[in-house]
Ligand binder design. Structure first.
Ligand SMILES: O=C(O)CCC(=O)C(=O)O
Ligand SMILES: [Fe+2]
Length: 269
């Protein structure tokens, strides 16, 4: 994590990284997603389900998507934020269209999960135990809708007053409160948030374009909140992952360190 990234992440609770994917990485991912979208439900790879606006375990549909869990641009940031003890525990693919007429209300892990989630700084490094990385495969322009964040809210000390930002959640055309920021990544960009950051989703307005992105979730490898299940992914998904991704998804004790974190660049076998 560069000093500039560290400063901005600490200040705002998120980072928007531009042009993370090379032209090849982006087109490989876009092709894999297009195939998934067109696939009849009974031909989806085992363990991938279509539901709501996306595909659970969609990251495992193709190596071009799976490789993003360890992308060289986000990997050092994920390592620092987890205190060098990362675990990858969820990877959904989202295809968000104008047909979904509802906003996703503002939410954050600090409000939803009581005291289990943390954000702290020690020895000049940031620690947070609930991290989300969004990789974008289509463009978002101002006014399109999509992700909104409340910069700085990961450190807020007070309860958010109900209805302060969206007095009427059914009014999907309301002007955005000036404290909120609509993040507008372009295809190939990534957004990293601590789930402590208050965020929500505006209705997607364009009818001729959708919003395609991957949601990759990370926690420290000793953090356990998935109902006692040791493996975060179903065995049929786990089986086809590369050894590096399997290692990234593994739990560990607090004092352990994965061999993987010693590497600056991890390539999938
Ligand atoms: O649709 C989005 O951009 C964000 C979804 C969300 O809130 C989340 O994954 O935590
Ligand atoms: Fe969220």
């Amino acid at each position: 994590m560069t000093p500039r990234e560290r400063y901005l992440f600490d200040l705002r609770g998120y980072l928007h990284l531009e042009n993370v994917l090379s032209a090849q990485e982006l087109s490989d991912a876009q092709t894999a997603i297009a195939q998934l979208v067109q696939a009849p439900p009974d031909t989806l790879p085992p363990g991938i389900q279509r539901g709501g606006e996306g595909f659970s375990n969609g990251f495992s549909a193709d190596k071009s998507l799976e490789a993003l869990t360890l992308h060289p641009r986000t990997w050092p940031i994920i390592k620092e934020l987890t205190g060098n003890k990362p675990r990858f525990n969820r990877g959904s693919l989202v295809v968000n269209t104008h047909e979904n007429r509802k906003i996703t209300p503002l939410h954050c892990a600090r409000e939803d999960f009581r005291w289990t989630r943390r954000y702290a700084v020690k020895n000049g490094e940031i620690y947070t135990n609930d991290i989300v990385v969004f990789f974008y495969f289509t463009d978002v322009y101002p006014g399109d809708g999509g992700l909104v964040v409340l910069p700085g809210s990961h450190k807020s000390r007070f309860e958010r007053p109900e209805k302060l930002f969206f007095p009427n959640p059914d009014d999907t055309d309301t002007e955005l409160h000036p404290a909120l920021v609509n993040v507008t990544p372009k295809a190939g960009d990534a957004v990293i948030i601590t789930e402590m950051l208050t965020h929500g989703v505006l209705v997607w307005k364009p009818t001729e374009r959708d919003r395609r992105f991957l949601i990759l979730r990370y926690k420290p490898h000793y953090f356990q909140d998935d109902r006692g299940i040791r493996e975060p992914f179903p065995s049929e998904v786990m089986e086809r992952l590369s050894p590096e991704t399997q290692a990234l998804a593994a739990h560990g004790a607090y004092w352990e360190e994965k061999e993987l974190v010693k590497r600056d660049v991890v390539t999938l076998r």
